[in-house]
Write a protein that binds this ligand. Sequence first.
Ligand SMILES: C[S@@+](CC[C@H](N)C(=O)[O-])C[C@H]1O[C@@H](n2cnc3c(N)ncnc32)[C@H](O)[C@@H]1O
Length: 243
Amino acid sequence: MNRTIIKVKAFLKGIILMLKPHIFIGWLREPLLTMSNILSLTKWAASQDTKTILNDFYSPLRDYTKRYQLYQNVVDNLNLKNEGIDYLEFGVSGAYSFKWWLANCVNPDSRFYGFDTFEGLPESWGIYNKGDMAANVPNIDDIRGKFIKGLFQETVANFLSNHNLKNGKRKIVHLDADLFSSTLYTLTSIAPYLKKGDVLLFDEFNVPNHEFYAFKIFCDSYYIKTRLLAAVNNYFQVALIIE
Ligand SMILES: C[S@@+](CC[C@H](N)C(=O)[O-])C[C@H]1O[C@@H](n2cnc3c(N)ncnc32)[C@H](O)[C@@H]1O
């Protein structure tokens, strides 16, 4: 019986490949992917234990400044102000979030690394075009901070081989590159260095086909388990701790 099913399936697969259905219904790929990712996102959100943490779900209006409340909540709960941490931010642009972390985590042993092309997004994203969000490399007067200019795909591997991230310090990995490709590339690159207690911050987590999709594929493929620490703007910004 099972053999018959396998044979029928193989036969149908051959027919489908021959018919080239993408020519006629290829336009369905995007809406179907979105629908699938929305269902995964709602399933993920419903399975979080959110009673004891900062979580504004449901809020009718988005307030982008709430992300600073989220950062403060994470810093206070994990006592990061005085802990020596490695903070890695992927997607820096004007460095608003980067400067917040630099100012609020004061341990002299902490290090802050910001990665960006500084020439804007490498692909279009929603209403934003390729090249949008370009900014000058920010000026900072704190020797603990450093910017690494270039595509992640061209800078991160070299950075990882020249910096010892297995140094015992807690890592705060801030994913704010918006794009699926950039987020997935970053997560897979940093995966071998992640350990229990490290924190992942996302700035556009609830965008189904981008940061959320990259996070889902990453957790499924690397068997990574996380716990939600805080969320604002209906899971637009989230902080997750590696378990
Ligand atoms: C939303 S902005 C970052 C905003 C910043 N974290 C803040 O809150 O002030 C996103 C940035 O990600 C950068 N980016 C996206 N994909 C990238 C990639 N593959 N390599 C380098 N930079 C990338 C873009 O250049 C853009 O400046």
